[in-house]
Write a protein that binds this ligand. Structure first.
Ligand SMILES: Nc1ncnc2c1ncn2[C@@H]1O[C@H](COP(=O)(O)OP(=O)(O)OP(=O)(O)O)[C@@H](O)[C@H]1O
Ligand SMILES: [Mg+2]
Length: 561
């Protein structure tokens, strides 16, 4: 509202100078009212001053509103993204996501903070000018309107074309960005396979395709702009023609004609600036669409579901069937699992059998196609999954490190842990020696920009995180696979101390790790092939037995050397 008031005031002030110019021609000059000239000049000056002040105020308020909107938009999209189903991240290149959150937002911001405020001024200025022309000599207004309407047709068509091009261009740009990001992120892969040239080639093909579109779009928007210019030049001619005739017949004064012509630039200004900024505007429209898509992302789970409360640790998965979204292959086919609170379950089986997938389903990162996941008898479809996740300590096959200090990375699991708890967790996870070797200790930057950790060190960070959390449910997915035999044994001991009273699921390739489990599941191609304790499974003389003897004989061989 404030914006509109300021803009209208600015527009009203803008109509003053041409009217005064008309007066100058009609009254002051013929009658040689020299003393009036000074007053006129002063009036024009104040009119301009008024215009500038109000328009600046309007622009300022509008820029602020624009920035508020933009930051809100970005935050909403960011939040939405964090609530989106995991499948979205498997199918969307990260570069595309980032592009939306940065460059698309920026495109809208450019529009928001420069084009729109100015356009509003110019648009209101044009209306004020039009009203003024109607008031002083309406036929001139009709002529101007006619010229405007003639221009509108082709301009609209050209604008539409530019928009379509911009849309394609925007997607191309996002794709380019995604490739760039992926290529740089996988620099190690690129270097080891010497594919630098191939990467550059891909980039060049994408760039060139984009460039073609960009040139074409720029060309069309220039044509549009020239057309606007042409009209601006043509209309004074037409106005002069009919106005001149009217002056001839003494219908209007010369001053009126001069004033009418004086209004022409103001009337064409919004059209010209639209044409001039067409590219920016047409780029912002697809950008806006792309952001809006994120506002309507599906959510992993509805908000406001009841929490599971303090988890005791009974976990149940009933007849789970699952295929990753967008794929055909059934990764899990009728898997059931029942863990009593405090029990230890081992899951073993060939690579690709679906072990990690089962854990993801348990955590609710994906929803099974069929079957239910129950925690303490509560269905996870109707309970807040986050409330369960908060009570699970997971050490997964990959450990993610933040680009921050070791302390921050460890405390990510539980920011309020005391220094003693932190030390204890570090010791239990076998990180102690490594920590002592660091000059800056906990404050060493690890992750992206800092000291790189080895696979085993990363795993121990993950372990320490899980320990810090002191959760009722522990999940280890190959938690000790990157450790050397000796460290693994030590860490395993620490883990075993952690287990009593906690429900634990251990996924392991090395069967010794799960030998003492209350129950062991052999997962094979998405089906539970065998289940039972270590002894029972050995007696079965089936898959487990085969796996065990293979590993055992290898151990023996190693021992013999
Ligand atoms: N995000 C995904 N999208 C599509 N398919 C997937 C995805 N993740 C895993 N898969 C497929 O699901 C199957 C099971 O994978 P999963 O990671 O559960 O195996 P796993 O038993 O943990 O194997 P490993 O012992 O090697 O860790 C594999 O065939 C894999 O190709
Ligand atoms: Mg796995």
């Amino acid at each position: 509202m404030l914006v509109l008031c300021f803009a209208i005031a600015g527009g009203a002030f803008a109509t003053v100078p041409p009217i005064l110019l008309g007066k100058l021609v009609d009254l002051v000059l013929p009658l040689q009212m020299t003393e009036m000239i000074g007053w006129l000049v002063a009036a024009v000056f104040f009119a301009f001053l008024g215009k500038v002040i109000f328009e600046s105020l309007q622009e300022f308020v509008q820029v602020k509103i624009g920035l508020d909107i933009i930051t809100d938009m970005q935050l909403t999209a960011f939040r939405k993204l964090h609530r989106a189903p995991m499948s979205m991240f498997a199918t969307t290149p990260r570069g595309d996501i980032l592009f939306r959150l940065t460059h698309d937002v920026e495109a809208i911001q450019n529009l928001n903070s420069t084009v729109i405020p100015r356009f509003l001024q110019q648009f209101l200025g044009a209306i004020a000018a039009f009203v003024a022309v109607i008031a002083i000599y309406w036929p001139a207004a009709v002529v101007m309107l006619a010229v405007f309407v003639i221009y509108l047709g082709p301009s609209y068509l050209l604008g539409r074309k530019v928009r379509k091009l911009s849309e394609v261009q925007r997607n191309m740009l996002a794709d380019l960005y995604a490739h760039m990001q992926e290529s740089i992120e996988s620099i190690r892969l690129v270097r080891t396979f010497v594919t630098e040239e191939r990467e550059a080639e891909t980039q060049s093909v994408k760039l060139n395709a984009w460039k073609k579109f960009a040139i074409y779009a720029a060309l069309i928007s220039k044509v549009n702009w020239r057309l606007g210019n042409l009209m601006q030049v043509a209309s004074p001619g037409v106005v002069m023609l009919i106005g001149g005739m009217a002056v001839w017949q003494d219908e209007i004064s010369i001053g009126t004609l001069v004033a009418c012509i004086g209004f022409i630039p103001a009337m064409f200004l919004p059209i010209r600036s639209l044409a001039e900024n067409a590219l920016m505007i047409q780029q912002a429209i697809p950008a806006l669409q792309r952001i809006f898509e994120y506002f309507h992302l599906p959510e992993e789970q509805a908000e406001g579901l009841p929490a599971v409360g303090t988890v005791k640790g009974e976990l149940q998965m009933e007849n789970i069937w699952f295929a990753y979204p967008g794929t055909e292959a059934q990764v899990l086919r009728g898997v059931s699992l029942h863990v009593q609170a405090g029990q230890h379950i081992g899951i073993v089986g060939a690579s690709g059998g679906g072990k990690s997938t089962l854990i993801q389903l348990l955590l609710g990162l994906y929803t099974p196609e069929q079957g239910t996941v129950l925690v303490d008898g509560k269905d996870m479809n109707t309970h807040d999954r986050n409330s369960f996740r908060l009570q699970v300590g997971v050490v997964s096959q990959e450990t993610f490190l933040l680009n921050s200090t070791l302390r921050h990375n460890l405390l990510y699991a539980r920011p309020d842990a005391s220094p003693e708890e932190l030390d204890a967790a570090v010791k239990a996870s076998g990180l102690g020696e490594f920590l002592d070797s660091l000059e800056e200790g906990y404050e060493t930057i690890v992750g992206e920009r800092g000291l790189k950790l080895s696979g085993g060190q990363r795993q121990r960070v993950a372990l320490a995180r899980a320990i810090l959390r002191r959760p009722p449910v522990l999940i280890f997915d190959e938690a000790t696979s990157s450790l050397d035999g000796e460290t693994e044994e030590r860490v395993q001991e620490a883990l075993e101390q952690l287990m009593p009273g906690r429900t634990t699921i251990t996924i392991a390739h090395r069967l010794v790790t799960v030998r003492d489990a209350d129950e062991i599941l052999v997962l094979d191609h998405g089906v539970v092939a065998e289940r039972g304790t270590h002894e029972e499974l050995l007696k079965l003389q089936g898959q487990y037995h085969r796996l065990y003897t293979a590993q055992y004989s290898e151990l023996e061989k190693e021992g013999a050397v």
